[in-house]
Design a protein around this ligand. Structure first.
Ligand code: ADP
Ligand code: ASP
Ligand code: MG
Length: 405
């Protein structure tokens, strides 16, 4: 008998009818002879609404309380799905992240899974039950509830699949799989039948929201096959796995975009050893993840240092950076939240030249100015005017002929 983990995102469990639809899909997998563990996200926009509610009662909600509050969204959907399954005649039980044995560190709002003890889940499966687990949450050593970061139910699903030695992890969402770019932004986007972990990780890390980057990272580390498919139809979806043939990877596979970008510039920084560490160490200590970093060539031993963070981290980052800038004798500190980023990703880029030139030419033909550039071996990212991100994504999708392959 195979063991599979299904995960259903917020739009797939947005109301009672959709929850019943999910129940029927889970039952079908069970009736095909599988043991099934289901991970669910909170219904629809519940997590956003809970964050908004918290802000209405407190300007800066306490991190522990906020995680405790947000975890309730997934508890609602997992209990409702279990009730639906039981009323359809199935044996099923709901478990919170803690009951499912998911332990994390104490970094509220972006906790990392430190270990999973799946004994309870295994016991329930042995009793012939479908096990429905609340995604996005775990507990720290104090048994306080933590959450794994926005979109983190994907990570719950892949982590559980690994710890249960499941045959595969199936992520059901509101699109038919992983596309060459966001199909909501570029209607010509084409669904990929398969994609390797490395390319998927790059896509996810620079904004392809369809999968949480940490879920891909885990899947890659343990070789867990991940299927991304629609919860609304039976399209076969996209398989993320090892061994995607080179002919398929040897080119630009996709375009990712992200509007969650804020730029910070420390102006007039003395150009001497130790300055970068004086700036970035306090940011790391405050748990702020810094993305692109650019230091201008210094003139007269004075330089500017620019970096980007997520918009949600901007006010915290400025709070950390302002006193540091003052203490190192920098002239000023400025921020900009009108930016976005667009990236091309493809394993073939590491061996073939010319991709960067083609990307820059395409953007210039669209009259789009590039503010910052970063690259990895298989990715090129440009930070541009946020309002022009859709136009850039469409133009790059055309320029790299992604619709026709
Ligand atoms: P869920 O609630 O199921 O987790 P998400 O909203 O997190 O769903 O992710 C699905 C969304 O990801 C899609 O609706 C789509 O707009 C977006 N998306 C961004 N890039 C891509 C891509 N390359 N392929 C497919 N979907 C993408
Ligand atoms: N409900 C959480 C969120 O909206 C987790 C998830 O959906 O994966 O981010
Ligand atoms: Mg998601």
């Amino acid at each position: 008998m195979s063991l599979i983990v299904h995960k259903y995102g917020g739009s797939s469990v947005a109301d009672a009818d959709r929850i019943k639809n999910v129940a029927r899909r889970v039952i079908r997998a069970r009736e095909q002879g599988n043991q099934v563990v289901v991970v669910v996200s909170a219904m629809g926009r519940t997590t956003d609404e809970l964050i908004e509610l918290a802000r209405q009662v407190a300007e800066k909600p306490d991190a522990r309380e906020l995680d405790h509050l947000l975890s309730t969204g997934e508890v609602v959907s997992c209990t409702l799905l279990t009730m639906a399954l039981r009323s359809m005649g199935q044996k099923a039980i709901s478990l919170t992240g803690a009951q499912a044995g998911i332990r994390t560190d104490s970094t509220y709002s972006r906790a990392r899974i430190t270990g999973i003890s799946p004994k309870r889940i295994s016991r329930e499966l042995e009793k012939g039950r479908i096990v429905v687990v609340a995604g996005f949450q775990g507990v720290n050593d104090e048994l306080d509830i933590t959450t794994l970061g926005r979109g983190g139910s994907d990570t719950t699903a892949v982590a559980l699949a690994i710890s249960l030695a499941a045959d595969r992890c199936e992520i059901y969402t509101d699109v038919e799989g992983v596309f060459t770019t966001d199909p909501r932004l570029v209607p010509q986007a084409r669904k990929l039948e398969e994609i390797g972990y490395e390319e998927m990780l790059e896509m996810a890390s620079v904004g392809a929201r369809v999968l949480h980057p940490r879920a891909v990272e885990l899947g890659w580390a343990y070789g867990m096959p991940i299927l991304v498919a629609s919860s609304f139809n039976d399209d076969p979806g996209t398989l993320i796995h090892r061994g995607v043939p080179m002919e398929i990877t040897n080119k630009v596979s996709g375009i990712a975009h992200d509007s969650d970008v804020a730029k910070v510039t420390v102006i007039g920084v003395p150009d001497r050893p130790g300055i970068a560490s004086a700036i970035f160490e306090p940011l790391a200590r405050a748990n702020i993840s810094v993305d692109t970093i650019v230091q201008n060539a210094g003139i007269n031993r004075i330089t500017d240092l620019t970096f980007t963070v997520a918009k949600s981290d901007l006010s915290k980052a400025m709070g950390v950076i302002k006193p540091v800038a003052e203490s190192i004798g920098a002239r000023d500190c400025a921020s900009d939240t009108t930016l976005g980023k667009v990236s091309i990703v493809g394993a073939g880029m590491q061996t073939a030249p010319g991709y960067a030139a083609r990307m820059f030419k395409t953007l210039s033909e669209e009259g789009i100015n590039i503010e910052l550039i970063t690259t990895s071996e298989i990715r090129i990212t440009c930070i541009i005017d946020g309002a022009k991100v859709p136009q850039a994504a469409r133009a790059l999708h055309r320029a790299f002929e992604l619709e026709t392959r």
